[in-house]
Design a protein around this ligand. Structure first.
Ligand SMILES: Cc1ncc(COP(=O)(O)O)c(C=O)c1O
Length: 374
């Protein structure tokens, strides 16, 4: 058992992380990417809440070619843990000195002239960079109409070695026609221009999980899967995603059980009132653990394969569930908040959000328990 620092040791609210499932999901990503496409596993935000180092170690041991994070600090954490693979910083270099990035073999994505200047000013040797194109998401990246000018500026920075070009798809979970087709064409044309000016550019990447699961794009030699590695499906229409297995199992145990008469109000504000004599269980998990307040009165949890509703508002450290339909429940019984049989995507929908947000929000006081070897 491997519990994170500062997390609770005695309370049995835990996130089990199934590293075998992670390896299987990686194998599916590889199959979908096909021959000739290498994989960059996206492990930003503590590997979507699963724990960056153990997840990265598992992916690397399973043969992933590269990793991607959002910030220089996230990259440095992986290097400090001894991970050897190429690591990309998707959010850019921020204020990290070029020499620090170069010494740690961290490759920033760049998309502004100010970044080029900053890197050059803080570099004493070469640094590999990847160039981001804004092909239609209007987030990070050089807009196509500014690309030629940017490329001529980039030539003035010989220490910055352009190794790759990328874009990010805004609507890869929808059908190809429309936004994705436009982004694809825009990016394809832009990367041709980049390669013409910088013939050494080798890496071309745009596909995220949704693109791997649902689009037949081609034209790239690297892909950047994130959420699918963790076993969540970015859109229910991707039937291939049925082969994914959830990596995180968010679990707790019953802390208190009480029988209450009809008419009893539950939790802050008394929004839920027992419609009949009821059995209410209290669970030691709340929004401070990442169980969103928006799930109150909406979500279900699972006890031995049976679903029961969350009743009343979610508190900071506690929630209440109505277990009247399961008379055999007992104190300390295991309760699944999400995981196999209760998909995080479904729980997220009850909270008006997406699986990504729920997974990332599991807080630092919840121990991550790694199973399945690294
Ligand atoms: C630039 C970039 N590439 C790839 C990914 C991975 O996306 P997904 O988790 O949908 O596979 C992300 C995630 O947000 C991203 O920001």
């Amino acid at each position: 058992m491997n519990k994170a620092k500062f997390s609770n040791q005695f309370r049995e609210t835990v996130a089990r992380v199934d590293l075998t499932a992670l390896r299987e999901n990686l194998a599916l990503a590889r199959e979908l990417a096909g021959a000739g496409v290498s994989l960059m596993g996206v492990v930003k935000a503590q590997a979507y809440g699963h724990g960056a180092v153990p997840v990265a170690q598992t992916l690397v041991a399973a043969g992933i070619e590269a990793l991607a994070v959002a910030t220089p600090e996230e990259g440095l954490e992986l290097r400090a843990a001894g991970l050897p693979t190429p690591i990309f910083i998707l959010g850019g270099p921020f204020g990290a000195p070029g020499d620090l990035l170069a010494q740690n073999n961290l490759t920033p994505v760049v998309f502004t002239e100010a970044q080029l200047q900053h890197l050059q000013n803080t570099l004493s040797g070469p640094l590999k960079i990847h160039l981001k194109i804004d092909s239609g998401m209007t987030r990070l990246g050089i807009r196509p109409e500014q690309l030629n000018e940017f490329l001529s500026v980039l030539k003035k920075y010989p220490q910055l070695i352009l190794q790759g070009v990328l874009t990010h798809l805004a609507s890869a979970d929808e059908s190809f026609e429309g936004a994705t087709a436009r982004q694809y064409e825009c990016f394809y044309e832009a990367q041709e221009r980049v390669k013409k000016e910088f013939p050494d550019v080798e890496w071309v990447h745009m596909a995220n999980s949704a693109a791997l699961l649902g689009q037949k794009l081609g034209g790239y030699n690297w892909a950047r899967p994130g959420i699918m590695l963790y076993g969540a499906n970015p859109h229910p229409r991707f039937t291939t995603a049925q082969r994914l297995r959830p990596v995180m199992s968010f679990e707790t145990q019953i802390l208190s059980l009480k029988s209450v008469p009809a008419g009893t109000a539950v939790s802050y504000g008394g929004e839920w009132v027992a419609p009949r004599p009821s059995q209410i269980a209290v669970l030691p998990v709340g929004y401070a653990d990442g169980y969103l307040r928006a799930l109150g009165n909406r979500a279900e949890v699972m006890i031995e394969g049976k679903r029961v509703p969350v009743v009343g508002r979610v508190c900071m450290d506690l929630i209440m569930i109505d277990v009247t339909q399961i008379p055999e429940v007992r104190l300390n019984q295991r309760v699944l908040l999400w995981g196999a049989g209760l998909p995080v995507e479904e729980v997220a929908a009850w909270g008006g959000t997406i699986s990504y947000e729920l997974l990332c929000q599991v807080s630092g006081r919840v121990p991550r328990i790694y199973e399945g070897g690294r």
